[in-house]
Design a binder for this molecule. Structure first.
Ligand SMILES: NC(=O)c1ccc[n+]([C@@H]2O[C@H](COP(=O)([O-])OP(=O)(O)OC[C@H]3O[C@@H](n4cnc5c(N)ncnc54)[C@H](O)[C@@H]3O)[C@@H](O)[C@H]2O)c1
Length: 447
C-alpha cells in the first residue's frame, strides 16, 4: 500500500514509535514500550481490547471500556493517521496507566489496521472510525469471532446496511456481542420514559416529532501535498460516502429515539426536503446543512424530523411523542415528562449513570454472563431510517423502506471506482477519487 508523507505504513510506524518512546523517555521509563514492573497481571479471564479509529469518540470509548471491567486491558490500537493514534494512546495511558498495554507490535497504521488489530489476539474490538468504514469493519470482526462495540451510525448506504444485517445474524449464531453506540438506548432516564411509552401510557403513538438543530462544525483546510484520499479522510464529515451526511452522522440519534418509541417498526416510506444554504464552499465537501423529513408508519403514525447545522440559529435537540392518551417529551440532557391521562416527570437527571459508561458496563456484563448483547438489527434499521431520509431529500422523491433497504447505491464504490464498500483494505492513499457533487432534488436519481 502506498502512503502519503503524513501517514504511514509499518516503516513510518517504526519512526513514530521511536519518536514516541523518545518523548516518553523524558517523562518516565518509556511507558509506550515497556510494561511497568507493577503491570496488570493478565489471567485467563482477561479480555484484550483493540481500538480501531483513535479519534475523539474512540478515545472516550476505550477509556469507558477500561472503567467497565477491571479485568480488561487495551491491547492494540489502529488508525490511518499517526497523530491520531499517538494522541489517543497518550490520553488513555495517562488515565489508565498499566492497563494500556499497547506496544509497538500492537499499534497499526493504514487501511488494513482493522485486520492487524483483529490478528493481534484481541477478544473485543471497539469501532470508532468514520461510519463509511463500519460495515466492512463489523463484518471482519464477526468473521474473526470478536466481540464488538461499534459507534453509530452503522453505515452510509444501503449495501452497507445489508452487510451489517448479515454480520448481526452471524454474531448471534456465534454468540458474539454487537453493542451499539446509540447511547440514548443505554441512558437509564430515557429508558424510563420509553418503558412508559411502550406500556401504553400515551396510548397509540400518532405523531413523533424530533429536532436536532446545532451550529456549524469543524472544517479541515486542504494542505499542500495531501492526496484526495487524505483530504477526504481528514475532512470526512463533509463527504457522504464517509459520514452519511449529518442526518445520518448526528441526527440519527433523534431518529433512533423515534424508532425506539415505535418498538423498532420500520417506517413504510418518507418524503423530505433539504439543501445547503450556508455550506456553500468546497471546504464543506458536498453535504447538506439542513433536512426535514416526514416518515409514515403502517399504522398511519407519522414521524416529523428536522435537523440543521447552521451558525447563529436556534439550537434544539428534543423529541415529542404524541399519542391517543397523552404526550411524552424528551429534552436531550434536560427534562423528561408525560402529560395527559398518565402524567409523569423525571424528578432530576442527577445521579443517573453516564450513558456512555453504561454501554460498556452492560456489554462486559453480558459477555461475562455468556449472553452477549446483540443490538444488530435495530441499530442497522435506525441507520437506514436516516439514510432513507437523506435519499428522499437528495432525490426529491418519495422513498419506501424497501427501496432504501434494497438500494444499489454503493457510495464508496462510486467515489473510489473500486469494488467493495468503504473499509476495503485495498484502498490506497493515492487512488484518484471522484468528487461528488451536491445532490439536486429533481435531478439526482435514486439508485
Ligand atoms: N455516540 C455518540 O454520541 C458519538 C459522539 C461522537 C462521535 N460518534 C461517532 O464516532 C465515530 C467517530 O467520530 P469522532 O468524532 O471520534 O471522529 P474523529 O475524526 O475524531 O475520529 C475518527 C478516527 O478514525 C480514524 N480513521 C479513519 N478512517 C480509518 C480507517 N479506515 N481505519 C482506522 N482508523 C480510521 C481517523 O484517523 C480518526 O482518528 C463517528 O461514527 C461518529 O458518528 C458518536
Amino acid at each position: 500500500m502506498q502512503t502519503p508523507a503524513e501517514t504511514s505504513s509499518s516503516g513510518t510506524r517504526r519512526n513514530f514509535l521511536k519518536r514516541t518512546s523518545a518523548v516518553a523517555a523524558g517523562l518516565a521509563a518509556a511507558p509506550y514500550i515497556l510494561v511497568s514492573p507493577r503491570a496488570f497481571a493478565a489471567n485467563s479471564e482477561t479480555l484484550k481490547v483493540g481500538l480501531v479509529g483513535c479519534g475523539g469518540r474512540g478515545t472516550g470509548a476505550a477509556s469507558q471500556t477500561l472503567h467497565a471491567d477491571r479485568n480488561v486491558v487495551l491491547h492494540a490500537m489502529g488508525d490511518i493517521f499517526e497523530d491520531r493514534l499517538k494522541g489517543s494512546f497518550e490520553q488513555i495511558k495517562k488515565e489508565h496507566g498499566e492497563r494500556t498495554m499497547v506496544t509497538p507490535d500492537t499499534s497499526f497504521l493504514g487501511f488494513d489496521a482493522i485486520d492487524k488489530v483483529i490478528g493481534s489476539g484481541v477478544d473485543v474490538v471497539i469501532l470508532a472510525t468514520p461510519p463509511g468504514f463500519r460495515p466492512y469493519h463489523i463484518k471482519r470482526c464477526v468473521e474473526a469471532g470478536k466481540h464488538v462495540f461499534t459507534e453509530k451510525p452503522m453505515a452510509t448506504d444501503g449495501p452497507g446496511v445489508r452487510m451489517v444485517l448479515e454480520a448481526a445474524a452471524k454474531a448471534k449464531e456465534k454468540k458474539l456481542a454487537l453493542t451499539s453506540g446509540f447511547c440514548w438506548r443505554y441512558n437509564p432516564a430515557e429508558r424510563q420514559i420509553m418503558q412508559r411509552i411502550h406500556d401504553g401510557q400515551i396510548g397509540t403513538p400518532l405523531a413523533l416529532q424530533n429536532t436536532y438543530n446545532t451550529g456549524s462544525l469543524w472544517v479541515r483546510q486542504r494542505q499542500p501535498g495531501w492526496s484526495d484520499m487524505t483530504y477526504h479522510l481528514r475532512n470526512w464529515y463533509y463527504y457522504t460516502w464517509l459520514s452519511g451526511d449529518h442526518i445520518a452522522e448526528q441526527a440519527v440519534h433523534s431518529l433512533d429515539k423515534m424508532q425506539w418509541a415505535m418498538k423498532d417498526e420500520p417506517p413504510v416510506k418518507c418524503i423530505a426536503h433539504g439543501g445547503r444554504q450556508v455550506r456553500t464552499g468546497s471546504d464543506f465537501g458536498h453535504i447538506y446543512d439542513h433536512f426535514s423529513v416526514v416518515y409514515e408508519y403502517a399504522s398511519g403514525a407519522r414521524g416529523y424530523h428536522a435537523c440543521r447545522q447552521q451558525a447563529n440559529c436556534a439550537s434544539d435537540n428534543s423529541d415529542y411523542f404524541m399519542g391517543t392518551k397523552g404526550a411524552a417529551t424528551i429534552k436531550a440532557f434536560g427534562s423528561l415528562f408525560i402529560t395527559g391521562e398518565n402524567p409523569w416527570r423525571l424528578r432530576s437527571r442527577e445521579g443517573i449513570p453516564n450513558m456512555y459508561q453504561v454501554e460498556h458496563d452492560e456489554m462486559y456484563a453480558s459477555i461475562r454472563r455468556g449472553e452477549p448483547i446483540n443490538d444488530g438489527v435495530w441499530m442497522a434499521h435506525s441507520t437506514l431510517v436516516a439514510i432513507m431520509g437523506r435519499m428522499a431529500a437528495y432525490t426529491g422523491q418519495e422513498i419506501s423502506w424497501e427501496q432504501a433497504l434494497n438500494s444499489q447505491e454503493n457510495l464508496a464504490k462510486w467515489v473510489t471506482k473500486q469494488e467493495g464498500v468503504a473499509g476495503d483494505p485495498s484502498f490506497d492513499w493515492n487512488m484518484s477519487l471522484r468528487t461528488p457533487e451536491v445532490a439536486m432534488p429533481g435531478l439526482t436519481k435514486f439508485v
